[in-house]
Design a protein. Structure first.
Length: 259
């Protein structure tokens, strides 16, 4: 292991408009994931709140704000509620495959329909096929595209109705980005099913956690992430169970910036 891989260099982005809280500025701290130890570094950084995007690991580092909180589901303890059990039964016929991280035209077409329906005008709306290929294929760690298809007929694969770019880490599965057929496309609740399927996959593999990224208290876009209990949040003193959203700590978390 080289000195560079053991002591990675960190950088901070310039402030930009926060996509979650109007009127606030966001800033990120990031480092490159490269070399033989990229997976180990990614695992270590994920445990302190970093997320991966292609070959970069990043986390929010906003002045005076710590609204973005890392959350992870405790796979072994998860028990679906009545609504979630109905959804599991409804989509029990889907064929699920863990594919190598290789972008396909079919995946990209599904992504575009998803973005048009759920995030029109968002930051990813202008992605072309090359951008999507980079998002999937530029991974220095163990990654998969988990595909969800309708049942095959006479050996012909069914329609692709969901996909998730997923990292396998030492302590769990990290859901990097999921996209799926929406209500308008005849598949209500697909996003919920994909998360529950990842919880089942983690438990079957003996992995304790499913990392869901960042949760922002009060953000309607993020509210779904706390529907999967037990769920842990990363606070100033480490990972703790999120017992009550109303009392979840949101005080600014001071982070000493790397030099």
């Amino acid at each position: 292991m080289t000195a560079l891989s053991r002591f990675p260099r960190f950088f901070v982005t310039s402030p930009s408009a926060c996509p979650y809280i109007p009127g606030r500025q966001e800033r990120k701290i990031f480092t490159e994931l490269s070399g033989h130890n990229a997976g180990e570094l990614n695992d270590a950084l994920s445990r302190i709140g970093f997320r991966r995007s292609q070959s970069v690991a990043y986390r929010p580092s906003c002045a005076g704000c710590s609204a973005c909180v890392s959350v992870r589901v405790v796979a072994e303890g998860f028990r679906p509620n009545a609504t979630q059990r109905k959804l599991l039964k409804r989509y029990d016929d889907l064929e699920v495959t863990a594919c190598k991280p290789w972008a396909t035209e079919e995946q990209y077409a599904l992504l575009k329909r998803y973005l048009d329906a759920r995030h029109p005008g968002g930051g990813m709306a202008a992605m072309d096929e090359n951008d999507y290929a980079d998002m999937v294929e530029q991974s220095p760690v163990t990654s998969y595209v988990i595909e969800y298809r309708e049942p095959s007929v006479d050996g012909v694969p069914g329609r692709l109705v969901g996909a998730c770019i997923t990292d396998q880490q030492a302590d769990g599965l990290s859901m990097i980005y999921s996209f799926f057929a929406t209500e308008e496309d005849g598949r209500p609740g697909m996003g919920t099913f994909i998360i529950m399927d990842h919880i089942r996959r983690a438990r079957a593999a003996g992995l304790p956690y499913v990392y869901l990224g960042y949760w922002v208290k009060g953000s309607a876009r993020m509210a779904y992430k706390t529907r999967y209990r037990p769920i842990e949040m990363l606070g100033p003193n480490g990972w703790v169970l999120l017992e009550d959203e109303a009392t979840a700590a949101t005080a600014p978390m001071r982070v000493r910036e790397p030099v």
